[in-house]
Design a protein around this ligand. Sequence first.
Ligand code: CP
Ligand code: NVA
Length: 301
Amino acid sequence: MKHLISMADLTQEEVIELLDMAEDLKEKRLRGKVTDLLKNKSLAMIFEKSSTRTRVSFEVAMSDLGGHSIYLNYRDIQLGRGETVADTARVLAGYVYAISARVNRHDTLIELAECSAVPVINALSDLEHPCQILADLLTIREYKNRLKDLRFAWIGDGNNVCNSAILGCAIVGMEIIVACPEGYEPDVNIVAKARELGGTVMITHDPSKAAKDADVLYTDVWVSMGEEDEREKRMHDLKDYQINAELVNIAKHDAIVMHCLPAHRDEEITAEILEGPHSVVFDEAENRLHAQKALLLKLMT
Ligand code: CP
Ligand code: NVA
């Protein structure tokens, strides 16, 4: 792997290696052990959209590893005034050891990667969110002690996070079933790719069918960044795709409930479930740090 643009850039061996590294780094951090493997190395982080977790976890990851990160809001750099993506990539690659980017259009990442001499990391696009899924796989493995032969139920919008989850599940051998309304299905090319990788991917319009016997119940917001104009329609179309007590009762008794956050309580998930005993959402958020540290080490050293 030179870049991480899609979850499909990773093989099963690479995913497991990253999770093992992340587990080790997490344990070392708990024991207060420091490592400066990225000393004197910098990461440029381009953001075209808002972020709490991704920005802070990348910044802390770089600082914990002895390196440095540079937050670049696209409006503050020449990219926002019309400098090309290609020129931006070529210039940044002369200064830093890796570039992460959160972009409106997935094609921007592809262009960045094509023109950059250093690794490019997808920090969320309209198509995928692989860093999130790496942290999620780490979280699932912590709770379930395995990844294979689990049943992952996605409830709601078949969005960017869902697309990466489909690929992630296929790569590690986890079955995934997506319950979404008509018109909100995950990307067809992603589903095809996951199946090509040997993944079991099912799509249904019935949330209870997806939740039945699930080990993992996962949801995300009904209105992603950039879709604010569709809010009213989305709230209407997705209203029956909420993770609530009724759905959790259909899943396995020890099912974990996941959400990439930020969450909208009582929209895609009830406050009761988000705060309840099945929820692992804050461990999941913390694991962004550990998983990304592993990724940065793998790509930058
Ligand atoms: N889950 C996630 O990527 O959160 P942020 O948008 O806060 O970075
Ligand atoms: N699907 C959401 C994820 C946020 C982390 C979005 O794209 O806004």
